[in-house]
Design a protein around this ligand. Structure first.
Ligand code: SAM
Length: 285
């Protein structure tokens, strides 16, 4: 493949991130997706793109294609407008709960779960026993729900592609740590489809993959979920799915039979927790 200069890559990343819903996406991830997109093109098209002016048709078309690719993986469910601008910097512990509730209620992934968090974590610990360490992959704002745990874990690591959310979580963990000195929280930007990265993470009691499989599998079977499930160094992996459609209707068959067959084939036991709008497979590895 013709060589993509650093200057062109930087230009493309900046252009792609002009769209509001993509503005907080990790640069390295955008760069990686650009390489994937270019690999699918002919040498002639790549050369034309690499030398094209930013005003040319081929340049604009490539930016459009890259945005579409990124939206499918990252941006579809994001509504920046509705996320309140809240910070945990200099946050008195008494304010944490109020801020967390506001944020969770306004985030598309967590809003429908927010009133069920205590039930979720109680049911989960009845299955797994006490949880000391958590790894939350593609975490979004879910780690904020730590405030709903009866007995908080000692260690919580969270990874996502959104620089904005990771920054917020980092502040939140600092705040939370002030209140609970034995707690250790870590939030970082990382692509969780990077299998070698997953494999070198410290072993945890429980890992969360909440509402992630559609994004990971991209309508191409379930190989990616399987690969990630196998690579995660955890005793339990909790995989969740919505049980309402995009239009808010209850699904007639909320269970995911492919998930159950996958566990049977891999010889993993699983339990199920059902909340009003979401089903959780608690997979024991
Ligand atoms: C549907 S949301 C789920 C958020 C959270 N798990 C929850 O259920 O509350 C998907 C999240 O995955 C993140 N994401 C998508 N692809 C990712 C990847 N390859 N690596 C890390 N995070 C990713 C997105 O930024 C987004 O926060």
């Amino acid at each position: 493949m013709a060589v993509l200069s650093l200057q062109r890559q930087t230009e493309v990343i900046a252009a792609v991130k002009h769209k509001k819903e993509l503005q907080h996406l990790d640069d390295a991830f955008v760069g990686k997706q650009l390489t994937i997109l270019l690999r699918k093109k002919s040498t002639k098209d790549i050369t034309a793109f690499l030398n094209a002016s930013p005003r040319s048709e081929i340049y604009k078309k490539t930016i459009k294609e890259l945005r579409a690719l990124l939206r499918r993986q990252y941006g579809l469910f994001r509504s920046e407008e509705s996320t309140p601008h809240i910070s945990f910097e200099h946050c008195p512990p008494a304010d944490i709960k109020k801020k967390v509730s506001l944020l969770l209620q306004n985030h598309s992934s967590t809003s429908e779960r927010v009133e069920y968090y205590p039930q979720l974590y109680n049911s989960l610990q009845r299955i797994t026993g006490p949880i000391q360490s958590v790894l939350d992959l593609g975490c979004g704002l879910n780690p904020l729900s730590l405030i709903f745990w009866k007995k908080i874990p000692e260690r919580y690591s969270a990874y996502d592609l959104s620089t904005k959310e990771i920054k917020l979580l980092d502040q939140f963990f600092h705040c939370f740590q002030n209140k609970n000195p034995s707690f250790q929280g870590k939030a970082a930007v990382h692509d969780i489809t990077d299998i070698s990265f997953l494999k070198q993470l410290p072993f945890t009691d429980v890992s969360f993959l909440f509402k992630m499989t559609d994004i990971l599998d991209q309508n191409k079977g379930h190989k990616k979920t399987e690969e990630i499930l196998n690579a995660i160094p955890a005793h339990y992996v909790v995989i969740s799915f919505p049980t309402v459609t995009m239009s808010g209707k209850r699904m007639t068959a909320p269970r995911r039979s492919w998930m159950e067959w996958l566990c049977q084939r891999l010889k993993y036991n699983y339990d199920i927790i059902e909340l009003k709008n979401e089903i959780f497979y608690v997979v024991e590895k």
